[in-house]
Design a protein around this ligand. Structure first.
Ligand SMILES: [Zn+2]
Length: 86
């Protein structure tokens, strides 16, 4: 299973890279709601989707596969207290 983390753009703005939490990223692909970023800290790729979008409208190549990234909970979200109720 390809490992490409996908989070909402809001979460990425707030919590940074899903792996290390850095905000130092650069854009690899920017196509409407879908944005693929690379972290300068851990060199991991991840995808962000615009608010209200829960799945990318087109596929992204990850190794030998094409996947349609779906928004998942930001991995670092649970490490901080948040009062936001979904
Ligand atoms: Zn990182």
């Amino acid at each position: 299973m390809p490992d490409l983390v996908c989070v909402s753009r809001e979460d990425a703005d707030q919590f940074g890279c899903p792996c290390c939490g850095r905000h130092d990223t650069f854009v690899l692909l920017d196509a409407g709601a879908t944005r693929r970023l690379c972290c300068r800290g851990c060199e991991n790729n991840f995808v962000t989707l615009a608010d209200g979008v829960d799945q990318s409208s087109f596929s992204i190549t990850v190794g030998p596969e094409q996947i349609f990234p779906r928004v998942q909970r930001h991995p670092l979200r649970r490490s901080r207290k948040t009062l936001r109720v979904m």
